[in-house]
Structures are given as structure tokens and as C-alpha cells.
Design a protein around this ligand. Sequence first.
Ligand SMILES: O=C(O)CCC(=O)C(=O)O
Ligand SMILES: [Fe+2]
Length: 200
Amino acid sequence: MSSYLSMPPGPPIRDQSYATWRGAFTKEDLDKIVELGEAVPSQPATVFNDAAVEVDEGIRRTDVGWIARTPESDWLYEKLAYYAADLNARYFGFALSGFIEQLQYTIYRGSEDRPGKYDWHVDMGINTAAPRKLSLVVLLSSPEEYEGGELEFQGISTSQATKSQGDVNAFSSWVMHRVKPVTKGTRRSLVAWISGPQFL
Ligand SMILES: O=C(O)CCC(=O)C(=O)O
Ligand SMILES: [Fe+2]
């Protein structure tokens, strides 16, 4: 009689929750992304609080705009998809369907008393049929342009708290992360989510 203990060894376990692609976007690319982002309307970002979608500056203070897929932004969607597919194959191994949301262009305005920020949260979201699985964050601003604003992950050493411009930071959408208060300058980021069928 067979038992699960006699199963042959399976594929390698890929349980990595964070991976990065350094220098994924050139300075020229980043300028083009900022141009796309500045061309769309932006509004204060909302959070999901007790079944209500609302602005809550205690948790999140940033403006967001949405970059739709158009002939002008197609290269950006393509490039993100390429990096995401490669990182997913090597580190995450998720079943993914693709982008079901537009790309989020995010602006954190620096201030001592009302700093732009986003407290600890997960991205997974409320769409249970096609949850966000892989989150991608690209820092568009150079570290000299702002103070504070490190992107941090829980359970990942703080040496990886990053301000590294032009990298793709990819992480499982259930990983807790935050953007520390921006006390000076302006921090811009691009955020994308890749969704897929429910985890089994
Ligand atoms: O701006 C960032 O670096 C990350 C933002 C973020 O975590 C989000 O919008 O879900
Ligand atoms: Fe997030």
C-alpha cells in the first residue's frame, strides 16, 4: 500500500516572498513613465477599512493616478510583464493570468507634519475570484529627491529596505510592506499587480 511518504521528490519548493531585478528601467525609461503618470488625473489614495473604501491619511497619504494600456504605455506593460514572468518562473511559481488592473502611478509629497506614507499593509485585496498574487514596485525618483520613504518588507532584513531607483521589486501580494513617511521632497513610484486564479 502506498502512502504519501513514498512519493518521489517533487519540484524544488519556491517559497521566496521577495525578488528584485536591479536596473530594470533606464533613466530614460523612468522619465517616460513619469511623463505618462503626470498626464493622468490623480486623486488621494483610498484604503479598505471595515468594508468601506475611504481616504484615511493616518494609514495612507499619497495621490494616485492610473495609467491605462494605450499605444503610448504599451511598452511599459510589455516590459513589466517580461520581468514579472521571468521572476515568477524563477522565484515564485504562481499561476498568473495577467494585469487586470491599470498601473498605479503614486506620488508621496514630503512634509514634516503631514508626510506622504503608506503604513503596513498587504496588497492581496478584495477580489477573491482573481486575487492579486504578485506585486511589482518601481521607484521612479532618485534617492536624492526625497527624505524617508523607504520601502520596507516584514520578515525581510531591513538592509533590503529600498530606495533603489529603477529596480523592479517583486513580492507576493500577501507580504506585509510599507512606505515610511516622506519628510522632504517628492517620491514617485509605479505599482503593478499581477492577478491569477485563486490559490488552491
Ligand atoms: O510606493 C511604493 O513604493 C509602494 C506602494 C504600495 O505598497 C501600494 O500602493 O500598495
Ligand atoms: Fe502595497
